[in-house]
Every structure is written in structure tokens, then in C-alpha cells.
Design a protein around this ligand. Sequence first.
Ligand code: SF4
Length: 424
Amino acid sequence: MEEIKNKAQYCLHCKVKPCSLKGCPLGNNIPDFIEQIKNNNYAKAYEILCQTTVLPGVCGRICPHQKQCQGSCVRGIKGEPVAIGDLEAFVFDKAMEEGENLLKYWEEEIEKNKKIRGNKKVAVIGGGPSGLTAAAFLAKAGIEVIIYEKYNELGGLLRYGIPEFRLEKSIVKETIKNILELGIKVEYQKELGKNLSLEELKEKYDAIFLGFGANCSSKMGVEGEELEGVFGGNELLEYNLHPDYKGKKVAIVGGGNVAMDCARTVKRLGAEEVKVIYRRAREQMPAEDKEIEEAINEGVEFLFQNNIVKIIGNKEEKVTEVELIKTELVQKEGETRLVPVNIEKSNYKIDIDYIIMALGANPASYVKELALELNRWGNIEINENYQTSDKKIYAGGDLAGVKGTVAWASYSGREAAKKIIENI
Ligand code: SF4
């Protein structure tokens, strides 16, 4: 507790609050919630966070704080920034411990709003960060909300994509319980393209919010990618389909958080060697520095500025080697970041048993059959109101290609909910 108090005391309660206004995607009122920790008023700190977020326990743990709130903290100019993530996680944990809940702070508003919009119904497809947030803010506006979820449990990426060592399932469970207490109903094992259709939903609801994510690993397009032993990182994490890694050499291709989650998971599952192959330098890695540091401490090796030329297999079509080439980073006209260029004749091979591709993800293929316009990356196209090409259908999160962090997905769910409320 003393440590938390010291972390809170370190905050200057800046009037301009760049941490909130520039750094936090959700615009959480960071100086004020921290001020309440200083005053020992943890319930009030939680109440302040609840004005803008329904995921404080999650974001406090897994947001890339260095690139978001803490990256804009005034304290960080000359030294260490305030540990905003730790303080947010603390407030959520304390609130749960003391029996606080979202409903307590929102109930009056919900009852008042039900008199205005109690006859309105919205369907939310997908119970991940954007769907849960949209559902919560729609319920707050007095609207009847039903979430359609393909699994038996809600959480999406939070439950099925992020490993336990980074986000405990108990936190996800508490978060979901808190949200469902707002009166949101759920229909489990319902999936578009299988046992759910947009046409039937459009007849029953005033609006539909699509937030079922994008979790199909992108392909690199190199020779040998179809060999046995080559996996998509997103699918491995989502379906937990790991082979036996004991004594094996595993390469992870990519530099984002999915690559870090895969590398650290594989290491924990007993792989002898885990190498992350990334074509740029460490400074350009999209993964949070903390994640990279922890992976290094856990024994993961990094091959920075290396690119894959081809994956090589044996007679049984099983991967055995990978050919790499070194890269140099050059500034090219019109490019905002350094471009990796292969260095001629720097090819070499390494032995490998499994390769995990973690280069980004796309929406499931059935999205193409929804008769909604897609953008050039295959995400659902939305306008500034989060509306798709069908004005009754809204979308957010990874599915709509919003910036890929949980806080941004949550922000898109909250803002889409506001637009739905305005329009129905
Ligand atoms: Fe506190 Fe840093 Fe935000 Fe200032 S910028 S209010 S010091 S967290």
C-alpha cells in the first residue's frame, strides 16, 4: 500500500493533464482519480474512472502505457513518468475487494434513461473489448442490449488471445460480471455466418453493433509457408492448439504484442530455443518495451533486422530450416518510418522445428459475405459515425481496423454507442 501511495503522491495533478487528453485513448480523468488515491478515497477514484471506461482492471494491466498515458506524462520529461497503469489496476482491484460495482454509479442514470429509451433494442455481436464497452454504454443510456457471442464465455481477445501471465482470467471475469450486472443479456454460441444472420437481427433490433474482432493471422507470402509446423500466432493463442514444444526450436515472426505473447507462451511450454525474427530494429518494434524486456529475461532471443527468405521442409513436408537475410534500415522518400532493405548475399539458414507467424491479423473470411463494404485491408468500412455501408449497422474494434490496442477498441465501442444513441 505504501508503494501505491508513493506512486500516487508522485503525480503533480497537472491542470493541462496531457496524460488524459493526449495520452489516454479513452480520455480517463487521470489526475483526478490519482488525487482520490492520495485522499484514501478509492471508491471515488473508481467512480471517476467509470465515467469513461468499463475496463480499468484490464487497461491498467495490458495497455502499452509507455506509448499512451505514461508517454505523455509531464513527470516523464525529466525522469520516470507516473505509474498510471499500476494505479488504475490498483483502483479496480480495490473496488472489487470492497464490493464496489459499475451499477452502483450508473443505476440512477439507467433508470432515468429507461423512461426515455426503454423501448429501444440493440444487438451487439461479439463480447470482446469493443463489444463489451458498446454494450455497457448502450445499457447506461437505458437501451435493452443483447450480446451475441460465439463462445460459451465473453471476453474475446481478453479471454482467448492474451495469456494468463499478462492478464489473469479472474480480472476478465470480474470485469464481465460488472458489465453484465447493468442488465445486459447474452446469447452464447451464436455466430454470424453460422447460426445468426444480419437480416434476422435487422428485423428485431433498432441497431446492430459489430465488434467480433479480426483474429485470422496474416500470411507473409514466402515459399514454404504451407509446410507442416508453420502456425498463425493468433489462432495458436485463441484455440490453444500448441504442439509439444519440449526440446524444440521455435521461431516467431513479427514484432507486435502477439509475437511477444507467442514467444513467452512457447518458452513457458518448454521450447528449448525461442527466436523472434523481426525485420526492423528493436526501437521500431510495435510491442511494448516492457514486454520485450520480460521476454529477453525469460530467455527469448531476438534476431533484429532479419527477414525471412523462405521456409525449408523435409520429404514429409515438415519444416526443418528457415533461410534468413539481414536487413539495413533506410529512409525512403515519402515513407514516415525507416524501411528495411535486404542486404545482398547476407543469407544464412537456421534449424527450426516450428514457425509462428505473428505479422498482424485480418477478419474472418465470412465478413466478405455480409454484404457490407470493406476497406482495402479487408476490414469493415465505417464512417465518422461508426456506421457501415448499411446505416443500421455499426462496427468498431479490430474488425473495423481501429488502432490495435484494447483501449482504442474500447474507445471505438464507447463512441459507436454514443452515435447509436443519437440515431435511434
Ligand atoms: Fe500526473 Fe503525469 Fe498526468 Fe501530470 S501528466 S497529472 S504528473 S500523471
